[in-house]
Write a protein that binds this ligand. Structure first.
Ligand SMILES: *Cc1c(COP(=O)(O)O)cnc(C)c1O
Length: 498
């Protein structure tokens, strides 16, 4: 093995033969190591716990002063890193809204990273800016947004929710007090401003409120109905209470796909109720947004086109590698609320000439060309391909609930899943919470399956998030059988101890 002192020609992409060959060798070595890993019969996780991982981390951190050959580095990657990553593409990895990535998107990732375009200004991105704009236009059409709509790619749902509430806050201050928050900061009345969302809304609503200077106190939680959707009677009641207390509700977040149950708030009804009060409606469709591509299930998002802004996450049900998300805005003029011109990047004179600087619409500056991943995926599998995957997972979730219901040891919490998340638990009269926690941990530590644990109705539950279309009913039968075995074994060991 030849250890080379790296010449810069072999370290950076360039047109010489050495440059091209170095690029190819490095990427092929990386791909070969992945192929070898996926050839092993590994489960979704090695099961190793943080304490034991320390020695592997130590091996990975042997940084030689003069560097090393790629072969020797990848020996360590193969031995110490890859076996202990969570395999999100494994059919028994079904804990979170964490998808197996589409292969077409991975091919795009190589281009995205190699050309390393930055989406903030036109002179750092060229055609990439136009491609992103075109995909956003396509998305706005899919969501039946009108002529005035626009959007931006984001790092994910957290940033998109933040942007929705940021623009809602600033628009409210502008309209109510002709107060420019960007210039003057928050007005003194801001501590009376309130955001409504259901108690099953994502935690980033509260997090955004605190980061936006309104405090978590600004978030008023609305009760949910038996399907875990926002309860309209309680929404009305909360609105009236806020008015009576002289507080200022300015936004309502409708969740289209809650994290635990995938339930979808009735956006149209919410619109009818709150629009007379002038509230901004933000639809958090991070999870459910993908239903827009399904002919069968598009109707579940009824009324989403009435929302002032929408969060979509492509690194969930659009199967894109992290990170990839978008924020859509019904009236693009609201982007003006966060407009900022830097002389070196996006001077005003460029705007007058029609040169596109996407930084104007983003809370990020340097930003990845993630739009290409979605474009390549759409080109290669088509909208119908996406739709059939989404439809399959939704039908499959129903089959899974039927299977769980048949098991005398298990109980389904949401027998009619809105999307593809199934919440259930091992039943026991005395120590169900403890047993479900133990089941969750044992599955992970044995690398058998990665399932989620959550709390529903005050009880510890297990959850399958069935994003992976390669998960079969046999995989589920095996996991359920393991779950029941662990639960029963625990009860029996308890009896022995007592
Ligand atoms: C995942 C999720 C988010 C957060 O999105 P990130 O991409 O993780 O930042 C927000 N809201 C909902 C409903 C989600 O499912």
């Amino acid at each position: 093995m030849q250890s080379t002192k790296p010449s810069v020609d072999s370290l950076f992409i360039q047109q010489s033969q050495l440059g091209r060959e170095s690029f190819q060798a490095a990427l092929y070595t990386s791909i070969d190591s992945l192929l070898a890993e996926w050839q092993t019969s590994r489960g979704p996780y090695s099961g190793i716990l943080p304490g034991k991982l320390a020695t592997h981390v130590e091996s990975l951190f042997q940084i030689q002063p003069a560097g090393e050959s790629i072969e020797s580095v990848f020996q360590d990657i193969k031995n110490h890193l890859l076996p202990h990553l969570v395999d999100v593409s494994h059919p028994k990895c079904l804990a979170h809204l964490h998808c197996p990535p589409l292969i077409p998107a991975l091919a795009a990732e190589v281009i995205v990273s190699s050309f390393n375009q930055s989406m903030d200004s036109f002179d750092q991105s060229g055609i990439a800016s136009l491609v992103e704009e075109e995909i956003l236009k396509w998305l706005c059409e899919k969501f039946s947004y009108g002529e005035r709509a626009d959007g931006t790619f984001t790092s994910g749902g957290t940033q998109s929710n933040y942007m929705g509430l940021l623009l809602a806050r600033d628009a409210f201050c502008e309209n109510t007090w002709q107060w420019n928050v960007q210039q003057k900061g928050l007005p003194s009345e801001a501590n009376r401003m309130r955001i409504l969302c259901s108690k099953n809304a994502h935690f980033t609503v509260k997090k955004s409120a605190s980061q936006l200077g309104l405090g978590e106190q600004a978030v008023v939680l609305v009760e949910t109905d038996e399907h875990h959707r926002m309860d309209l009677h309680d929404l009305q009641k909360k609105l009236m209470e806020l008015k009576e207390q002289d507080l200022l509700p300015f936004a309502v977040v409708a969740t289209c796909g809650t994290t635990d149950f995938g339930s979808i708030d009735p956006v149209r009804d919410i619109y009818d109720m709150v629009k007379p009060f002038g509230l901004w409606i933000h639809a958090d469709a991070a999870y459910g947004g993908a239903l827009v591509l399904s002919k069968t299930f598009r109707g579940k998002l009824d009324g989403i086109e009435l929302a002032d802004s929408i969060t979509i996450d492509f690194h969930k049900q659009f199967y894109q590698p992290i990170s990839c998300g978008a924020f859509l805005l019904k009236d693009k003029r609201h982007f003006g609320l966060i407009d900022y011109h830097a002389d070196y990047l996006n001077p005003k004179e460029d705007e007058l000439e029609g040169i596109l600087h996407l930084v104007n619409k983003s809370v990020q500056t340097t930003r990845r060309f993630d739009a290409l991943k979605l474009l390549l995926s759409l080109r290669m599998i088509g909208e119908e391909g996406f739709a059939s995957i989404i439809d399959h997972t939704i039908h499959f979730a129903k089959d899974v609930t039927t299977l769980i219901e048949k098991n005398e040891h298990l109980e389904v919490i949401n027998p009619d899943p809105e999307i593809n998340a199934v919440v259930f638990r091992f039943m026991d009269d005395h120590q169900a919470d403890d047993i479900n926690k133990i089941i969750h941990r044992t599955l992970f530590q044995t690398g058998t399956a990665v399932v989620a644990k959550t709390v529903a109705n005050g009880q510890t539950c297990l959850k399958f998030t069935l994003l992976n279309p390669r998960t079969t009913i046999t995989h589920i039968e095996e996991i359920l059988s393991d779950i029941v075995d662990i639960g029963i074994a625990h009860i029996q060991s308890g009896r022995v101890l007592r």
